[in-house]
Structures are given as structure tokens and as C-alpha cells.
Design a binder for this molecule. Sequence first.
Ligand code: HEM
Ligand SMILES: [Cu+2]
Length: 558
Amino acid sequence: MTPSSSIAAPGAVPGHEATDDHGHHPSYLTDGTTVKSWLLTVDHKRIGIMYMAWILLFFLVGGIFALLIRIELLTPGPTIMDAMTYNRVFTLHGIVMIFLFMIPAIPAIFGNFLLPLMLGAKDVAFPRLNLLSLYVYLAGAGFALWGMLNGGLDTGWTFYTPYSAHTTTTVAPVLFGAFIIGFSSILTGMNFIVTTHTMRAPGITWFKMPLMVWALYATSCIQVLATPVIGLLLLLVTAENLFSLGMFDVARGGDPVLFQHLFWFYSHPAVYIMVLPAFGVMSEIVSAFSRKNIFGYRAVAYSSVGIAFVGFFAWGHHMFVSGQSTFNAGVFGVLSMLVGVFTAIKVFNWVGTVYKGAVEFSTPFAYFCGFLFFTVFGGMTGIAVATVSLDVPWHDTYFVVAHFHFIMVGATIMAFLAALHYWFPKMFGKMYHEGWGLVSAALIILGFNATFIPQFLVGNAGMPRRYYEYPERFQALNVASTAGASLLAFGFIIIAVYLTYALIYGERVDNPWNSKGYEWLTLSPPPTHNFIGPQPTYPEEPHFYVDPKKAEGEVSDV
Ligand code: HEM
Ligand SMILES: [Cu+2]
């Protein structure tokens, strides 16, 4: 199909078929092909693609470290490294995955690419600031990786004091790197908030915004409000580490638990920086592949804001055993569970959307199914660990590791891969092999379960996290977990292969899903300024598949 013959969803706008003077559309990919035109671009789509390249690279680095951890834990004693190296490896894995992959992944890649398209805007509000965010992120990543490779650190990704203030490993550059990355997060968040407020095309009211936009908006609010706290904290620990200020030192009037409060005041909301965009992705996908408008649009939109809000009042659940009163612990437990309520609202609405939908079981939908499972299972174990009497024995065991991997990694990775497959044709105008898509999705979902279900069990049996050696009775479950991780890695390799192939040889497509999301109202890949000819008009809600004359819940014949 040539670009000019491709028509988006029914209801495509006038101007969509317009061409330039030469009768064809230059896309953002072909408009300037020099290295400089990429490195200095202010086009949100190119910036999104550049984030993608880097973030995938860091994901590979974090993944290699994950496999090293799993190989080491194959046997109860030393396997491939010594204990100190092991401490460094799991710290590296955690820091790279959290700060370099999970936090920026969906907002920086798909948020950047899609937010202006979904709002009918030509770009984000501050395009140059957007480019700056990318380089600030890379500068921070550079610092952190440099520190990790030159000596490394052994504090775990949580940098708990008093240890992080005293260890002689290379803490300061990594903390400083994380501090810099925080600025990138804040700048992107600000940019998205202003874009959402000021750049919506005529016709897009707040309650006609795609749910992905709502999710990105709620995420941005967390980024802007919470990140400064950890920024200052990381600076304080750096100073403590270098100059022994005494801030977190009891002997000098400081308080090591103060660190935990400030750390989790950011890092608990930060888990929603990772997972809210994932929820947003899924709201788009469930609607597109059920061919129904989302069930309970307003409830889904408000619950994103609700999660962002109550997420700020739950941090104490990481500190049940750090000496807080029983009353405090109870309050933090209940507040944590409120997050579960808002998440459940979303889950019920997603299921309600699928119900009686004309489901198309494609690769993105397969990831939606995996996502639903990880979110519900991970969320319920969240309720369990938010119950103080249960968390006391589970704290710092593999049970918690399994909980947060299920919800955070499971849900986010499912959404990341779903987004990658759903928007791949949008970004590159090419289609991948659907069969391989489904095979790798099955491998990944299976591998993920095989990796982390044994960790719930071994944690419940008492195996602590962050230990290098363990009693022999834990070995079988650890071997199972490592086998699962290998399956997972295999799935990712397959994806890398067929997506690269599709990038080069894939069939030209425009809107292979016949999606009605606003972002599909323009060409795939989009032209540089997003729309050719007049801006589209937005008479309907995004994903308006249902004939309004028919009763709600019925399927349109689109
Ligand atoms: C929605 C996405 C969620 C994400 C991304 C997430 C992420 C995490 C992470 C990263 C940790 C481990 C932190 C560490 O290294 O110590 C953790 C622990 C914990 N989570 Fe979640 N969580 C989520 C949902 C929930 C929910 C809904 C609840 C409560 C209802 C919850 C309750 C807890 C508790 C109590 C702990 C601490 C357990 C302990 O350290 O003993 N989480 N979570
Ligand atoms: Cu938390």
C-alpha cells in the first residue's frame, strides 16, 4: 500500500489524504536523514524514538544482570561469582531496571510519541525542553553507569542508610546520576501537563481525551510532585557519603529511618509512575481489540487521578518493621489498600469492556490478558503484604520480591510490549509477523510466571532477599525460577528478531487494527507536523465503536 492510498479509520478527516507539492507525504522518519537532524531534532516523535533506542539498550543491560543473578542462585553455594560481586550485580540490576528502564519507559517513549497525536497537537508545549529532557536523562544514565562499572556499589537500589553512608563502594556517582535523571523526569512531566492543558485540539474536552492521556497526566503530576523529594534525598546521601554530615547518623543526632521516610515518600508513588502509564496503554488496547468504547470511561479516568493521589499516603507500608507504632502501621495498611480499590475499578471496567465485545485475539490483546493476570494477582498479594500481621514475616523475603515483580514488572512489561506491538505500525508504518508475535507473547507470559511464582513460594518458606547463599531445601524452587528466566529471555530474543525484520521488510500498513483512537487519524508513520492539511475535527470520543443509537454494550458493525 502506498502512503497516499492509505486511509485511516472510517470517519477519517478531510485533509488526511492531502499531499505535498510532489504528491507524496514525507514522514517524520524520512524528513531529514542526517545524524544531526536526529540528534538536534525537536520533533516529539523522533525524541520518542531516540528514547526507545536508549531505553531498550538499558533494558538489555538490566536483563543481562538479571540472568547473572539467576545463574548465581542456581546452587546454594558460590556458582559463578563471589559474594561481593553478587551484591554489586543485584544492585546494578535494580538501579538500571528502575531508574533507567521502568520509570521512563512508557512515558518517555510512547508518551512522547503519542501525547501530541492524541491531543491533535503539532508537538508538545515545549519541544526544546523535551530534547533537553532526553540529554539530561542520558547524562544521568552516563554518570550512574560509569559509577557502576568503575567499582560498582553494593547498597541495593534502595540505598538504605546507614550502610550507604559508610560503604566504601562507588556510591556517590551513582546517586548523583539518579539525581540528574530526576530532572529529566520532572521536565517531561511538566511538559506533558502543560501540553494537556493548553494544546488540546478544538473538540477535545477533558472528558473526550483518550484514557492514555489521562494516565499520562496523572503520572506527570506524580513526577512533578514527588521527584524533587528523592532528588534532595539523593543529594543528602551523597553529601553524607562524601563528607559525613551526620544527617542519618544516630551518634550525631541524625536519624537513619528519616532516609526511609523520604525514600519511600518518592518511591512508593514512583511505582505508580511505572504502572499508571501501563494502565493507560491497556485502556486503549482493550477498547481497540474489543471494538467497544471503554466501559465506564469516567471511572477509569478518575481512578488514575485517585491512584496518583492516594499513592502519596501509602509509603509507610515499606516501614512496618522499622519501628512505627501499631496504629501508624494500621493506617498505612488501610491507605495502601485504597490503591487496590482504585485499581479494581479499572480492572472491572476493562473486563466490562471485553464482555460482549467482538474480541480480536491479536498480539497486543494477548499481552492484555497477561497484564490482567499479573495486575490482579500482583495486586492481591499487595493487599496481603499491606496487612501488617502478614507483612512482618514476609518482609525482606522473596515473597516481596515476587509481589513487586508481578505487579510492577509484570504489568509494566506486558503494557510495554503491548504498546510496542499496537503502535509499531503507527510509529514505522510497517507490520510484523502476527504468528511470531503470539508465540513470543505466550513464551513471555509463561516464562514470567515460571520465574516469579516459585519466588512467592520460596519467600513464604522463609528465603530472605539479597542473600548470596541459601539452605539446600530452597534449591528446587530457585532452579525453577532460573529456568523461567531463561524462557523469558528467549521470548525477548524472538521479539527483537521479528521486529527488526519487520522494520526492514515489513508490509506497509496504515491502520491495521482499524483503530478509532485519535492517534490513528493521521498517517502512519505520521508526517513531521503530525497532520497534513487542516487539523482533524473530533466529533466523537476516542474509540467510538458503538453506534450511539444502539444500546450500550452492543457491538457495532465497524
Ligand atoms: C500498583 C502497582 C504496585 C507496584 C508497582 C508495587 C511495587 C512495589 C515494590 C517495588 C515493592 C518493594 C520495595 C522494596 O524493594 O522494598 C513493594 C512492596 C510492597 N508493596 Fe507494592 N506495589 C504495587 C501495588 C501495591 C498495592 C496495591 C499494595 C497494597 C494494597 C502494595 C503493598 C506493598 C507492601 C506492603 C510492600 C512492602 C512489603 C515489605 O517490604 O515487607 N503494593 N511494592
Ligand atoms: Cu509501596
